[in-house]
Structure formats: C-alpha cells, structure tokens
Write a protein that binds this ligand. Sequence first.
Ligand code: FAD
Length: 396
Amino acid sequence: TRLYDVCDYYDAESLLTRDERAVLGRLRSFLDEKARPLLADHWERGEFPAELAQPLIALDLMEPAELTGAPDGDRIPARGIYQGFRIFELARTDASLATWYTSQAGLFRTAIRVGASAEQQQEWMPKVIDFSLKGVFSLTEPESGSDIAGGLSTTARREGDTWILDGAKRWIGGAVSADVLAVFARDVADGQVKAFLVDRQAEGVTLEKILHKTALRMMQNAHITLNGVRVQESMRLHNVNSFRDVAAMLRAMRSDVAWIATGIQAGAFEAALRYVTERRQFGRPLGSFQLVQEKLARMLGNVTSSLSLVVRLTEQQAKGIYRDQDSALAKMQVCLQMRETVALAREVVGGNGITLETDVARFHADAEAVYSYEGTHEINALIVGRALTGESAFTR
Ligand code: FAD
C-alpha cells in the first residue's frame, strides 16, 4: 500500500525502500494519534508541545544522511531522499514540527558538519544525532537579515585562549530550549566571520522569546543579546574562516526548506480535498462543482511539481553537487507554489478556512514564515539571477 496515495501522483515514494517506508508509516501513526490532537490548541497558545519531542527522537528520526555509511544495529542508513521524506511527512502534519526537526537535523547538524574540525565532530556529532546536545543556528541580526553577509555586526575579540562576543541575534528558532547556540560573529582582528558554540546559560547571554507571531506560532523564536560573553577557543568551529563557509552551510540547508514547503502543500491539499468531499452546498458535495475541481487540480499540480523538483535536487545533492543556484531555485519556486496552494486550499474551505479546526488555516498562516526564512523569495531569485548573468545584483 502507498503512504502518499493522494498527494504523490507520480509515485516519488517508490524511490524509498520498504524499511524506509515502514519508519515513515510509524511516524505517520504517531503524528496522527499523538500530535494532531495537540496542534490547534498549542498553535493558539504559542507553545511547542514539549511532550512530543522525546517520542519523536525515539522514532530514530534524527539520524542524518551523511553519517550513516554503515548501518549501526537496527538503524536504517538515512539516504538523502529518505531524509527529505521525513521532513515532508512532518510538514504534511505541521510546519512547526518540521521546523523543529530541521532546526536540529538540518541547521545545527550542518553547522557542525561543515564548520567543526574532525576532532570536534567526533566529540559533538553523536550528541547532535541523539539530541543530547541541542543547538540552534544564530546568524540573523536585528539590523541584518538578507544583508547578513556584509552586515553581520556581532563581534568576536580574542584574548589568549578566550573569545569575547558582543552583539545581538534575532529570530533564532528553538533557542529558548537549546543547550548551545552556534553564533556567527566577526573577528575584530581580521574582519572575517567565525563561529562559536555558546552555552545558552553563559554569563552575558540574554534570550527573549519573540511574541505576537502570526505564523509558525508553535515554534519559538528568540531575540538574543550577547554582552561580553566569554567562549573558549576549543568551542570555536575551527573550519569556519569566512562568510564563504557560512554560505556553504546555507546552500546545503535550503533544500530542507524546499521539502518543508512541499510537505505544507501536501497537508493543505489533503485537508481541502477531505473538506470538499464532505461539505455539501446546493444539494451536492463542493467537490462536484467545476470551479472547485479546477482548484483541486491546480493544488495537485503544484504539489506534484514541487515534489518532483525536491526529489531531483536531493538526488543531485546526494551526488555531491551543491551549487548555490540549485537550492536557491528550489526554495524560491516551491515557496511560490506553496503560497498558491495554501491560498487555494483556504478558498475552497470557505469560512472554515479561517478557523484552526480544518487544519487549512494553520498551514495558510504558517506558510508565510517559511516563505521568508532561509532566504526570502527576492534573495533566492537574485542568487539564481547572478548565476544566469554573472552579475551580482545585491552586493553592497
Ligand atoms: P529583510 O532582509 O529586512 O528583507 C525585507 C524585504 O526586503 C524582503 O522581502 C526581502 O526579500 C527584501 N529585500 C532585501 N534586500 C533586497 C534586495 N537587495 N533586493 C530586493 N529585495 C530585497 N535566522 C537565523 O539565523 N536562525 C534561525 O533559526 C532563523 N529562524 C527564523 C524563523 C522564522 C519564523 C523567521 C521569520 C525568520 C528566521 N530567521 C532565522 C531569519 C530569516 O532567515 C530572515 O528573516 C530572512 O533572512 C529575511 O531577513 P529579514 O527578515 O531581516 O528581512
């Protein structure tokens, strides 16, 4: 039997092994039974359902693709495509759950994989994978978002074997419950961007939860102030020597967001399809009207083309091909389709499309955060434009 019989028209799931599908099936059951009933209430309250974290980790979801050359015990080696479907399955249920997962399994893991030396990786990576070292990616600043490469103004000053960090970070997902913050700062000596693992509890670190969000309300974001924070040289990520190394991380992580945006579409489309099958007007199901069927076809077309695109991108990345423009194009294009899909889903559900009861409203609201994070539409378009023309339109 197919896992994605409704939203995966061209059978991308056939690329998965039977074992991989079995884990995804267990994830599906857990999400349906334990997570779904909590979503609307936690979204409304702006709280993450903390009780889901440990059971999700226990489902062996955290094992990242690159580290699993050989199966370890009963574990299934995590191939890129399987990793993508794990993100897809989570996002199909809820965008905050998927973001929570990729914050550790994507952002933080990538910071360590790309940024840490071999010895540092040996020490930290097992803890990243089993979630015993929870970390977050602290790049964006209050005054610099899209412009972070040139505008990054948090400073790092070296005194012997200690670094002193000063500055502020904004929007950092999951920081309030993390053990460490991967903080990017500019070395005052050589002007280059370096990275540090900062204990969240360290003296001089202040975290403020960002309130009044209208998207991804379940996932917490923090405003972080760093005031004379002392970090040992051993906690510096030794392979980060300039912003180029940060760009390499972003390049690898953007495909995760494209998978999230694809999963959101699948979730919204399936919820809308259920609704139009059940709801009747003019004595007939909504789904029997031509204008409604046209919207269903467009939603399915978007999901199908997004899924085809992320599958192909992931196959390329599995071969070691990581070009800026490839993941930028995917993030941009899939997010455009996501915005249309959630809007169409919201339309066919009518008034109930603005309550949390049908799931559609949550996907519709959350999509806006995904549209903006990890490179806005414009910035990803400019990365593609630079590759096409050889002209950079956004340098300072
Ligand atoms: P701005 O850079 O101020 O941009 C505003 C608008 O101007 C956008 O439409 C943008 O595209 C446009 N614009 C900017 N420059 C140009 C240009 N040259 N040409 C054309 N248009 C332009 N950051 C982290 O480091 N870690 C995280 O964990 C994290 N999580 C996040 C979670 C959420 C929910 C959100 C909303 C953000 C998160 N971010 C995180 C930050 C995110 O990456 C930034 O919001 C994003 O990079 C955009 O920056 P900005 O919001 O400052 O917008």
